[in-house]
Design a protein around this ligand. Structure first.
Ligand code: ATP
Ligand code: MG
Length: 458
């Protein structure tokens, strides 16, 4: 259908809601991505594949297996799992009612869905611990800014069925291995224990009694937090609130004996692994479900959005969601922010060649024959492309160069009639005539040899 007809059709369909699709006087169609979302184009998508590959490789080494849960769930799941009194549930959820009248939400984080799946499929009744990871998009209605989007991607890890501090250390070690794998060398591990509901109660009261007299000096959000979740006043980013909470004793001095032992054991395990950490009493994390260990890996040089990976233990969550008691721990890493951090640090990998081989057609060689040759070469596992626009040899050579081809196969009229083609090595322009017969295997051999030399193996 010609573009004009398509436009007329669109206009007829009234798909303009004023936000997602703009039609301008019928002259053109301007379609823009929704605020806070963006397209990952070739070039950048290569980096995403590379980061995700690093995540998968790391998880394989630690024996964590992938789980894929739906992108939307019942909204109540998140309200229950994350906590009603959290920024995410109060202000940031994309909730909607579907045609069946169900209250749904695009997932703002991964843990609630994973816990739901573990309970629904009774994975806790199988071999323990259950060690899972996920990579995928999350959605939060936030004010978009650098490193903060409305659709972003998290890589997360969750382990169920053991309260052992060794598992806390393993998960943290996995997070660091992942950051190391993608070349992020400058990080700080911030670590805290926020105890269990038993030891948290008295500490909460301590906070309330200390902060109540200062209520009107706190920021508006913290005045609300004081009533509903005073722990969260501790991690307020406002300078004023930070000053007011400075003298308050750290929560880890108020742990019950069991939580204290666990906290000490986590630190011992990290020491044994040689992982440096900073005890960070202000770290309480935004979500209600955490118990005991909470941690963040923070990159240096990314401004205020510097937390790239955060997590903790959530021993009470499965029970809170109606299941049996299943201790668990996990983390989530923001991959958008991680990539920004790597870009700022200048450590992103250089783009590699896009093809191994380019096939240039000169003169009247039938296009179908060339396409067939290209297909044979691809069957050998080579990455091959050719010209589809009838361009000159010179332009085709330039394209081959731009794509990083090691060789160009020049299919010229004269040679083709004699059953031959010309193989040109792009690095030095040296050429070799090869018979058409058995060509794909020969080219594959030449390429393997050239690549071995490039790797310094020969
Ligand atoms: P922040 O304090 O920056 O809002 P958060 O506490 O809400 O972070 P978590 O819920 O712990 O973040 O999510 C884990 C990671 O996901 C964060 O460390 C961050 O890298 C990433 N992340 C969170 N929200 C966004 C967003 N809106 N856009 C991009 N990445 C995000
Ligand atoms: Mg947030």
């Amino acid at each position: 259908m010609p573009p004009g007809d398509l436009l007329a059709e669109w206009e007829g369909m009234a798909v303009t809601d004023g936000r997602h699709l703009f039609l301008e006087g019928g002259a053109g169609v301007e379609i823009a991505a929704v605020r806070g979302t963006r397209d990952i184009l070739p070039g950048e998508s290569r980096l995403w594949a590379w980061v995700e590959e690093a995540a998968r490789r790391t998880c394989a080494r630690y024996h964590y297996e992938e789980i894929r849960t739906p992108i939307f769930e019942l909204a109540a799941l998140f309200a229950r799992g994350i906590g009603e009194v959290t920024d995410i549930v109060e202000k940031e959820m994309y909730t909607f009612v579907d045609r069946g009248g169900r209250e749904l939400a695009l997932r703002p984080e991964g843990t609630a869905g994973v816990v739901r799946a573990v309970l629904e499929h009774k994975l806790y009744a199988g071999p323990l611990p259950v060690k899972l990871f996920y990579v995928g998009p999350m959605f939060r209605y936030e004010r978009p800014q650098a490193g903060r989007y409305r659709q972003f991607t998290q890589f997360g890890v969750e382990a169920f069925g053991s309260a052992d501090a060794a598992l806390d250390a393993e998960i943290i070690s996995l997070g660091i291995s992942f950051l190391t794998e993608v070349g992020l060398k400058e990080w700080e591990l911030r670590l805290n224990s926020i105890g269990c509901p038993v030891c948290r109660g008295p500490y909460r009261e301590l906070l309330r009694s200390r902060l109540e007299p200062l209520r009107h000096e706190l920021c508006v959000s913290c005045q609300q937090r004081l009533d509903r979740n005073p722990l969260r006043v501790l991690d307020c980013k406002e300078e004023g609130c930070r000053r007011l909470t400075e003298g308050i004793p750290p929560i880890d001095e108020y742990l019950c004996p069991e939580c204290r032992r666990h906290w000490e054991s986590v630190q011992e395990h990290l020491n044994a692994l040689g992982i440096p950490f900073r005890r960070y009493p202000r770290l309480v994390r935004g979500l209600d479900y955490y118990t005991r260990t909470v941690f963040e890996l923070v990159t240096i040089g990314l401004g205020s959005q510097d937390a790239v990976l955060g997590g903790g233990r959530y021993d009470g969550l499965a029970e809170m969601m109606g299941g049996p008691s299943v201790p668990a721990i996990g983390f989530a890493a923001g991959l958008d922010r991680l990539l920004l951090g790597l870009e700022a640090a200048g450590t992103l990998p250089e783009p590699g060649p896009e093809v191994d081989l380019y096939v240039a057609r000169v003169g009247d060689v039938p296009q179908a024959q060339v396409l067939r040759l290209v297909t044979e070469l691809r069957r050998q596992g080579l990455r091959v492309d050719m010209d589809f626009l009838g361009r000159s040899l010179k332009t085709q050579m330039k394209t081959a160069d731009r794509l990083g081809a090691v060789f160009t196969l020049v299919v010229g009229e004269g040679e083709w009639e004699r059953g031959e083609v010309l193989l040109r090595r792009m690095s030095d322009g040296s050429q070799e005539v090869l018979p058409r017969e058995g060509l794909a295997e020969k080219v594959a051999e030449r390429l393997a040899a050239a690549q071995a030399i490039a790797r310094g193996e020969v």
